[in-house]
Structures are given as structure tokens and as C-alpha cells.
Design a protein around this ligand. Sequence first.
Ligand code: SF4
Length: 252
Amino acid sequence: MGATHGLPDAKELATELNARHETSSAETIIGAAHELFRNGGGLAAVSSFGADSAVLLHLIATVDPDLPVLFLDTGQHFGETLEYRDRLAADLGLTNVISISPLPDVLAEADPEGRLHQSDPDRCCAIRKVEPLARAVEPYAAWLTGRKRHQAATRAAMPVFEAVGTRIRINPLARWTTADQAEYMRRHNLRENPLVAFGYFSIGCFPCTQPVQPGDDPRWGRWAGKAKTECGIHLSGLENALSSSASRIHQQ
Ligand code: SF4
């Protein structure tokens, strides 16, 4: 496990790394992040094992199959996603997939019947995703994600290296297009989440994900009919949750 502290100069470091890796390939970015953080503060990856996850995980497996891969087991996933997590990890030889669950006492109090997503999806994501992710990444100085700029308007200007409080989030595939992704999947014959065949091109929790028609925006199938477009783990909610998680841990 990595250190329990972030980086005092995360913002500065992110700016410097973005300048250095302006035209670097995803392979180079992952290699550089590994060299910089694996033994210097700690490095992990976060994966939803969704429609687009195999590419990042394949790249990670070629660099370090023992890298911690954090999966948020919200308790509301499709069974197919949980099965895919295990099968893909076995295909790629990933040895350190860590499933993180929401806190049982919080769930018992706030969502005893598992229906909070209907009445208050933001609160549901806060207790099933944001708090568990903050707890999961707390021991690491940096973590990799598979997010891409084309996936959502909220990600259009996303940098490759981002400071999240005193930690760094790394998006090595930020510049990739749908075509880049499809070509890489084909070239390496990577296993696809079985839900993709049924029109689920962006996959989250079962109650909040719908299939879309080919050609439609894949994100349309997430929280369809609601104003919500992100679960909060990539927005400022995580930074806030990390600060409160750190202060909780340091008070113990
Ligand atoms: S995606 Fe839906 S079910 Fe999953 S945590 Fe968010 S609101 Fe709850």
C-alpha cells in the first residue's frame, strides 16, 4: 500500500506533467506515471469495468499487472458487470483488483431498501460512489482513469494530469476517440462487457442505466430523463469527500 499522504505541490506537478506529456501516447503516460508514483507516494487505477474499460486495463497489464485496480461495488451493478470484472481480470492477468463497497451502517440508515436512487440520486451516488472512492484512493498519491474528452461535455477540456486536492488523477486516454478505442479493442482482441451487445454503450448501476440506439450519445442512457450527467466521483465532490475522509482518518 502507498503512503497515506498526498503531494504538497500537486497542482504545480500536474501543470508540469501536462506540459511534458502534451503529445505523449497513452503507453508513455502510463509508464511515466508508474515510474514517478508507484514507489513514490503510491499509484492505483480506478475502473468501472464498463463498456470502455478494457483498453486502460490492457495497457496497465502490460506495464504492471500487480497495480491496484479499484472497482466501486455500489451494490447496484448489473450481474454481467461483476462477472465481466472477474473474467477480464483473468484474461489480462491483473492480480490486484480491489472491490470497494459503501459503508454498511450508512447504507442501513440512508438507503435500507435500495431505492434512494429514485428519490435522491445525488445522495445515492454520494454514499455508494463518492465516499467509497475517496476512501479507496486515500492511500495513493495518484490514480489512473480511462476517461476521455469525447464522452461528455463536462469532460471536453479535461487535462491528462489533474490535481484533486493534494493528489493527482491521470487520464492517459483523454485524447482518444471512439474510433481509437474500437481499433485498439480489435487489434488486441479484448473481451467486451456483454451488455454492449444489448446497446449499453455507457454502463453504470443497473437502475440508472438504459440502452441507447446505435449513433445516439452513449451517455444519454445514464440517468435518462434526469438533469444528472455525472455521479460526482470526477467532480468536486470527490475532493471534498477526500478532505473529510483524511481528517476522519487522521483523527483516529
Ligand atoms: S448510479 Fe444510480 S444506483 Fe448507482 S449510486 Fe448513482 S444513483 Fe445510486
